[in-house]
Each structure stands twice: as structure tokens, then as C-alpha cells.
Design a protein around this ligand. Structure first.
Ligand code: BG6
Ligand code: MG
Length: 216
């Protein structure tokens, strides 16, 4: 079995709980367009890119828009979202996330971010987590989004480590699929029923420690 030498982390839902901000911003947009957007709808957008999320939302509302209109809507939503995450603080880091990142670094393993978000830099900076990552790959650097493995393969490449030596931490089904497609191990964060393709599922990074990574 290949030794694990790198950890690649999704951001939203694994390290920080930004889903609530995405929810508020999408809901405001849907309401302006004349329909509602529920928390259950928001669940379906986990790990899904901004453009794809908007397509799904417009579909649920039964609304058609031109590409130019869609671009305007996506940036309107993003402006509201950015306004909210501007004031994020280190106390919004999910339980155990910072401690686990520190444990990983102290054990001499490499760390990368593998996120669909184009706002990851701002979030990591606001929460003070930037120095804990060796490589950052996010929605600004990929042409295909999860479940495509590109974001994780770029992360491994950036670290100079083969995929089989990497473990991914993910809360979204699309992200678990991306990790498997990349040929990596994957720890799911959330429900074992939903993330049933992951090698191990935990409730949060507070439940996992470095010695477990070579038994996945
Ligand atoms: C993912 C979130 O991490 O990033 C999705 O789970 C979000 O909900 C996606 O749509 C894109 O984020 P952003 O910040 O680029 O709009
Ligand atoms: Mg996520």
C-alpha cells in the first residue's frame, strides 16, 4: 500500500462553514427573480461551481436567461457573497480543522487546497489559515469542475507528489467522485450514507488523526 505523504483539502464544508453565506446570497437572487430557494436546494449545490449552480437554480425557477444575463446574475450573487465573507473571522473555522492541519504539517506531510471556489484566497486570508497550505488550487485554476479530478491532480502536481500518495478531505459527493477519479484516497466529511464511496467518513476533522491515514 502506498504511503500517504500529502493531504488535499476541500474548503467549503471541510475547513470553513460558508454554505450559509452561499445560501443567503443565492436566496436573495432567487427571490429577486420571483421564486424561492430553500436550504434543501442549497444542499444540492455543495461542491458545484458558481456557473453550474446558477444554471441549476434558474432551472428550478423555470427561468431562461442569455449568457450575458447569466454572467450578470452570477456576479451579482458573488458580490453579496464576498461582502459577507469579507468579515469572516478565525472563529468560523470548523472544529478541529486548524488543529488537524497543524498536526499534518508537524508530521512532515504536504498540504494543498483543492476547492471549486474562486474566493478561497480571501477566505483563507480572513481566517488566518493561508500559512498552513503549501499549494493552493481553486476555481480560478481549473477548466473542469468536480467531479472532474483536475483540481486534485493539479494540487498533487504542485506538491510534486503522485496521486496514490495523496488523501483528499471532502464534504460533497461530486468531490468524493473527483478524488476517486484522481486515483486518491478520500475521507468524507459528513454523512456516511451520502458519501458512501469514501474510504472513511467522519463528522469533522476533529475526528481524524495522522496515524489513521495509512490505514484507509
Ligand atoms: C464550492 C461550494 O466550494 O465552491 C459551492 O461548495 C460553490 O457551493 C463553489 O458554488 C464555487 O464558489 P465561489 O466562491 O467561486 O462562488
Ligand atoms: Mg465542500
Amino acid at each position: 500500500m502506498a504511503q500517504i505523504t500529502a493531504c488535499i483539502f476541500d474548503l467549503d464544508g471541510v475547513i470553513v462553514d460558508t454554505a450559509v453565506y452561499h445560501y443567503r446570497a443565492w436566496k436573495r437572487l432567487a427571490n429577486e427573480l420571483g421564486f424561492d430557494f430553500t436550504e434543501e436546494d442549497n444542499e444540492k449545490l455543495k461542491g458545484i461551481s458558481r456557473v453550474k449552480s446558477l444554471e441549476l437554480i434558474l432551472g428550478w425557477g423555470g427561468i431562461e436567461k442569455t449568457e450575458t444575463e447569466r454572467e450578470e446574475l452570477a456576479s451579482r450573487k458573488n458580490n453579496w457573497y464576498v461582502e459577507m465573507i469579507q468579515s469572516m473571522r478565525p472563529d468560523e473555522i470548523l472544529p478541529g480543522a486548524k488543529e488537524f492541519l497543524q498536526e499534518v504539517k508537524a508530521a512532515g506531510l504536504k498540504t494543498a487546497l483543492g476547492s471549486a471556489s474562486k474566493n478561497s484566497g480571501l477566505i483563507l486570508e480572513r481566517t488566518g489559515l493561508l500559512p498552513l497550505f503549501d499549494v493552493l488550487v481553486d476555481g480560478n485554476h481549473v477548466s473542469a469542475s468536480k467531479p472532474d479530478p483536475q483540481v486534485f491532480l493539479r494540487g498533487a502536481e504542485g506538491l510534486g507528489i503522485l496521486p496514490e500518495h495523496c488523501v483528499v478531505f471532502e464534504d460533497a459527493v461530486a468531490g468524493v467522485e473527483a478524488a476517486i477519479a484522481a486515483g486518491m484516497k478520500v475521507v468524507g466529511i459528513g454523512s456516511a450514507e451520502v458519501l458512501n464511496r469514501a474510504d472513511l467518513v467522519v463528522k469533522g476533522l476533529f475526528e481524524i488523526h495522522v496515524p489513521q491515514l495509512n490505514n484507509l
